[in-house]
Ligand binder design. Structure first.
Ligand SMILES: [Zn+2]
Length: 204
């Protein structure tokens, strides 16, 4: 395996795009997970990308991007919701680890988006909190299409999430302004295994 270190946003995005192409084509090389790699990483880490995505079991980041241990700084919750804790994790990756790329990754047929789209109360209060975070994107799509296509809501939620990451974190927006970081919005298709890049903020 080549060294996965990437020092620029464009290098990092290229590694992710190439890794996903291998995965989608069922030609994974398997990122390094061997004992030597564990030893190399024991004292430090230098992941080339930070990924905020859904907890959905069908979207395992290291598989989707054909990555190994030490490659990705992963933040997952159902529906890839941004809150202060998530922003803190992103800032740790950007400020302390110096990752040059943050990817906000949505996926097709997301259950959290479907729950928000339905508008029905959910069975548990903390789950409701999560669903409510997606509701503004439902309302945004409602002004355009009363049928509320689920993937349009998912796309609106992705865009809203990406904007929140940039606008609520000065550490992120400063790094983008200085050219050290790019923030990318992307969609993973459960059926094809392909990741599509939807939005790029910063230079890649
Ligand atoms: Zn999901």
């Amino acid at each position: 395996m080549p060294d996965r270190a990437a020092s620029t946003p464009s290098d990092a995005l290229r590694l992710l795009v190439e890794g996903n192409a291998r995965f989608a084509a069922d030609k994974r090389r398997m990122g390094r997970v061997d004992p030597d790699r564990r030893t190399e990483l024991e004292g430090s880490q230098s992941p080339f990308a930070t990924v905020l995505g859904c907890s959905d079991s069908r979207v395992p980041f290291e598989h989707v991007f054909d990555a190994g241990i030490g490659d990705l700084f992963a933040i997952r919750n159902a529906g890839q919701i941004v809150d202060d804790i998530v922003l803190g994790s992103i800032e740790f990756a950007v400020v302390a680890l110096g990752t040059p790329l943050v990817v906000v990754l949505r996926h097709t047929r997301c259950g959290a988006v479907a729950a928000a789209r339905s508008g029905e109360p959910v069975a548990a209060p903390h789950l409701q909190f999560l669903v409510d975070a997606i509701t503004p994107s439902v309302e945004k799509v409602r002004t355009i299409d009363a049928e509320l296509p689920q993937e349009a809501i998912g796309a609106a939620h992705l865009e809203a999430t990406l904007r929140q990451v940039i606008e609520r974190s000065g550490a992120v927006s400063d790094a983008v302004a200085e050219g050290r970081l790019a923030v990318v919005g992307a969609t993973y298709d459960l059926a094809t295994g392909e990741v599509t890049i939807d939005t790029v903020v910063g230079q890649v």
